[in-house]
Design a protein around this ligand. Sequence first.
Ligand SMILES: *[C@@H]1O[C@H](CO)[C@@H](O)[C@H](O)[C@H]1NC(C)=O
Ligand SMILES: *[C@@H]1O[C@H](CO)[C@@H](O)[C@H](O)[C@H]1NC(C)=O
Length: 277
Amino acid sequence: MTMKLTLAAAVALASTAAAACDRATLDETARRYITAQSLAQPKYIRALAEETTYIENGKPANISTGILSQALKIDHSRTIHDTTNCGTYTELIVTDPKHYVIGTQTYLDANTTKITKIESLVTDKDDWLFNAQHTLYYALQENWDVIPEAKRNSRQVIQAAADAYLDLFQKGSGSIAVPWADNCRRLEGGLYTAPGDTCNSGVPSGVDLVNRRYLIDESLGVVEVFLNFGGPTGLPDSHEFRIEGGKIRYVHTITVCAEFNCGFGDPPAQLSEDLGW
Ligand SMILES: *[C@@H]1O[C@H](CO)[C@@H](O)[C@H](O)[C@H]1NC(C)=O
Ligand SMILES: *[C@@H]1O[C@H](CO)[C@@H](O)[C@H](O)[C@H]1NC(C)=O
């Protein structure tokens, strides 16, 4: 009898743990994060674990005095959920009156559903190819909708496409097969691939993209990767990929610079064009 009860209890516990990281929990986590940011109320964030790591732009920070202490009017947000890794990623675009593009990874303990880690990249005027209005303009044109179940790729296929792209930065253009979609578009900071251009353009070589932390949402075909750009102490960076039919359809990048435009001087004129809306 005792044995049976214990077994039943264990099964119940196991199914609770498995259910803990469902989309509903992750969705609530993301919604509360967005509300906390828009109202400058960190207390609205979903329950934190006893020890929660909070990181901003690669450095440990105080959640009460960091970006969450500023009320930001959020023009656009897009979230993905990784039910396997128990994490969620949200891209925020802010253009009025402040200008920010923010990417945030949040991880939950699958057993307690409490938040164990929040890591944000907060980019503004000095960061790589930054122009939040351009980012907003192009992000609004793209379709990152749910992919019909029959057409979804596995986690492995989704991650492999991202890794091929990220490895290219070390090995150089043409060195490895990257599954480009013909209509691939890249939003790098605020800079969009020019009409007729490919995502293969402007890829350097000899640059290590390391310390990759992946969140993968199969239902959206998305993998989002936090990494260090240029070796272990490289710049805090996010590369997010939308994969359709195994191929890279969209790439979004966010890179935190230590100096204006990462020391590359003025960005291309295209970035300061009036888009007309
Ligand atoms: C974080 O900031 C708040 C508000 O200023 C302060 O009360 C708290 O002690 C800080 N926490 C740490 C760990 O420094
Ligand atoms: C969650 O619970 C399971 C079963 O009790 C345990 O093996 C696992 O280590 C726990 N995970 C965490 C992150 O605490």
